[in-house]
Design a protein around this ligand. Structure first.
Ligand SMILES: Nc1ncnc2c1ncn2[C@@H]1O[C@H](COP(=O)(O)OP(=O)(O)OP(=O)(O)O)[C@@H](O)[C@H]1O
Ligand SMILES: [Mg+2]
Length: 672
């Protein structure tokens, strides 16, 4: 049952609406319920509604939720996606207005990083990162290369503006866009053409945006352009959970809403349905240390709940073992009802994941990592996807290069150089140059010539098949024809490593087959879908009962019964860079996000000793622990406090528990 404020938000369709509320107050739920209400009661056709979520995973969840609420009524045509996926859809449809083909490639951060590295002369990783960030910032502020150059403040900016101009030219030549373009280009198109604006505004009668505190200026503009002057939208958000300022998200956008839409209605939600009263008091106590943009209160009816534990661990190994052991205990003491998937370990940086993975593996606890190195960043996956990309978009030269060299098919550096020269001279793509192998090499029997012609023929054949046959068949035949498995075994350090990598490739092939069948898309059409999935949340995984290991950033919007906040130490969380650069408020909001993921059980972990670059450091506990209402905390392992269980003791207990669990499972099997 929705509460009166939630109902009001669901029913209000009279103009722009902003639902401003703290964590766990049902903002996301309001969006799902509102979509269902609009379709079943208010006469909106599903295809006239677009909902925007922050991650692909959130979009999947929302889609499922809405279809459950619709109880069989059709939701076909309803768009629930991230800003980037939405932008891609628009751009695909209007590609020619932006000088692109429909099948443009989408480059991820590392692809665009390599292009930028090639365009800039020298400089280390640090300087490349700065350049890439600056270009991204310009793009998000809708500043084009000429404007960037005109407004450059110093030598570095002048140089970077030049790289920006070259970079854009290369993207155009490759028929590729980067992630920023997926929002920027639609915004430019809609700004420039009133015809397109009207077309899209008429098509989308209503827009709903979740997590709007994290939209950047470009995304905000897209929203405004799509919803027109009337502002037919509902946005929901929480200024206390704004954690993407470093990527250009701007809380000012929340204030801008009020200026841009004087008729804006604001509804506040105050009841939290997620967490116990004690967890909420901690969250409220912490965030009170930040300056307030909007005043909010949050209360819960879910009872006081357990004390929140703060555990001083001896070192990072101990921290990981402790979490693993507590998770076993949690599962064991709840019998049938206990699920690993109700537990999450959240941390500030990806590098913290490894020890938890090892500890969970040792304790035979299934887990999933999110927000970490994406599945799609693995070399073998990028290799296979390079084939998919170059099949979909022959102009994608980086994909051509990667595909032509992994596995090696007899095309050496010299041959590639020759191809490149031909492509430059004739202003064509490498794929097109490869088709001309007979012209480029006079000797028809030469090895290079045969290799290049063979590769061109392979691409041609598969391009033809990919447009007609189902994705699964095409990809598995392709893998066989290029002997990719043999290549992995030749390349890898050990057969085991090769086996793992081949398993990843098979996972990808299975997934492509399934996704293709589900969405009715062929391999060429899937290419763009895949590119988008690398953003933020990696591969869409099948849900099964597994502990979630996640960065705090990637945990936004989610909830778990039992949450462990790991590495709460000065330098780690808050992060050393944020301390140096005075970005503590944003780190505090991140801590607020972490605390409010917990429904019932919350454990805060820190290490008194941690190895950093081979040296032992003795970090201070995070200042955020000190800012929490101390009477709500129960300490373990601190001098004079209750001891955290020692490592040896923990291991002994854990193996005892595992044995008991195995017995139980065996007994169950017997019975059935
Ligand atoms: N009226 C209600 N009655 C019962 N449960 C509710 C109600 N509204 C929301 N909930 C539940 O409360 C939990 C939190 O809701 P939701 O995720 O929508 O909150 P949120 O405001 O989006 O949180 P966050 O700020 O973390 O994104 C969910 O489990 C949701 O199903
Ligand atoms: Mg939410």
């Amino acid at each position: 049952m929705l509460n009166p404020q939630q109902l009001e938000a669901v029913h209000y369709l009279g103009g722009p609406l902003f639902v401003l509320a703290g964590a766990g107050s049902g903002k996301t739920r309001v969006i799902s319920e509102k979509i269902a209400y609009m379709i079943t009661r208010a006469g909106y056709a599903p295809h006239s509604i677009a909902a925007i979520t922050f991650t692909n995973k959130a979009a999947t969840e929302m889609r499922e939720r809405v279809s459950a609420l619709l109880k069989g009524k059709q939701s076909k045509g309803l768009s629930v996606s991230t800003f980037h996926a939405f932008g891609m859809r628009l751009l695909r449809e209007e590609a020619r207005h932006a000088g692109y083909k429909r099948d443009f490639s989408i480059l991820d951060a590392s692809d665009s990083g390599s292009i930028i590295a090639e365009l800039s002369d020298g400089g280390g990783r640090e300087s490349l990162f700065r350049t890439q960030q600056q270009i991204s910032r310009w793009k998000n502020a809708l500043i084009d290369p000429e404007q960037a150059s005109a407004s450059a403040q110093d030598g570095w900016q002048v140089q970077t503006a030049q790289i920006y101009a070259d970079y854009q030219a290369v993207l155009q030549q490759y028929q590729a866009v980067d992630f920023d373009d997926l929002i920027r280009l639609p915004v430019c198109l809609l700004q420039q053409s009133s015809e397109l604006r009207v077309k899209w505004q008429q098509r989308l009668r209503y827009l709903l945006v979740d997590e709007c505190q994290d939209t950047n200026t470009c995304q905000y503009l897209l929203m405004r352009l799509l919803s027109g002057a009337e502002g037919m939208f509902t946005v929901v958000g929480d200024d206390d959970q704004s954690i993407y300022a470093w990527r250009g998200a701007d809380m000012e956008n929340l204030c801008r809403l009020q200026q841009d839409y004087p008729q804006l209605k604001i509804i506040k939600l105050e009841q939290n349905y997620r967490s116990t009263a004690r967890i909420l008091r901690l969250a409220n106590g912490l965030i009170a240390n930040n300056p307030k943009l909007f005043a909010k209160t949050l209360w819960s009816q879910l009872g006081e709940g357990d004390a929140v534990r703060v555990v001083a661990c001896q070192n990072a190994q101990h921290e990981a073992d402790y979490a693993a052991q507590q998770i076993s205990l949690y599962k064991l003491t709840r019998g049938e009802k206990g699920r690993y998937a109700d537990c999450a370990v959240l941390y500030r940086g990806n590098h913290q994941a490894r020890l938890f993975e090892e500890a969970l593996r040792a304790a035979r606890i299934p887990y999933r990592v999110s927000g970490g190195q994406s599945f799609f960043d693995k070399a073998e996956i990028k290799d296979v996807l390079a084939y998919v990309r170059v099949l979909a978009n022959p102009d994608d030269n980086p994909a051509f290069l990667r595909a032509a060299t992994a596995p090696k098919c007899g095309i050496g550096a010299a041959a590639l150089g020759k191809l490149n020269a031909y492509a430059d001279e004739h202003a064509c793509s490498l794929s097109a140059a490869a088709e001309m192998a007979h012209h480029i090499w006079a000797d028809a029997a030469g090895k290079s010539m045969r290799a290049v012609a063979g590769f061109a023929e392979l691409l041609r054949r598969y391009r033809h098949r990919a447009a007609r046959e189902d994705a699964g068949t095409v990809i598995s035949d392709l893998l066989r024809d290029i002997a990719y498995q043999d290549y992995l075994y030749r390349q890898a350090d050990s057969p085991r490593a090769a086996e793992n990598r081949w398993r990843n490739v098979c996972d990808l092939a299975d997934w492509l087959a399934r996704k293709g069948a589900e969405d009715g898309k062929n391999l060429l059409e899937l290419a763009q879908t895949i590119a988008l999935m690398t953003l933020l949340d990696g591969k869409n995984e099948e849900e099964h009962d597994a502990v979630r290991l996640s960065t705090l950033h990637a945990a936004k919007g989610l909830e778990y019964e039992n949450v462990f906040l790991a590495g709460c130490e000065e330098g780690i969380f808050p992060h050393a860079d944020s301390i140096d650069e005075g970005r503590i408020d944003e780190e505090r909001r991140l801590m607020y996000v972490g605390i409010t993921r917990a429904k019932r059980h919350l454990t805060i972990l820190y290490c008194v000793k941690r190895k950093h670059r081979g040296e032992w450091l003795f970090p201070e506990p995070s200042r955020f622990i000190g800012e929490l209402p101390q009477s709500e905390l129960q300490w373990f392992g601190r001098k004079g406090g209750e001891p955290a269980i020692s490592k040896a003791e923990g291991k002994a207990r854990l193996s005892g528990m595992l044995a008991a669990l195995e017995q139980k499972i065996a007994a169950n099997k017997h019975r059935t």
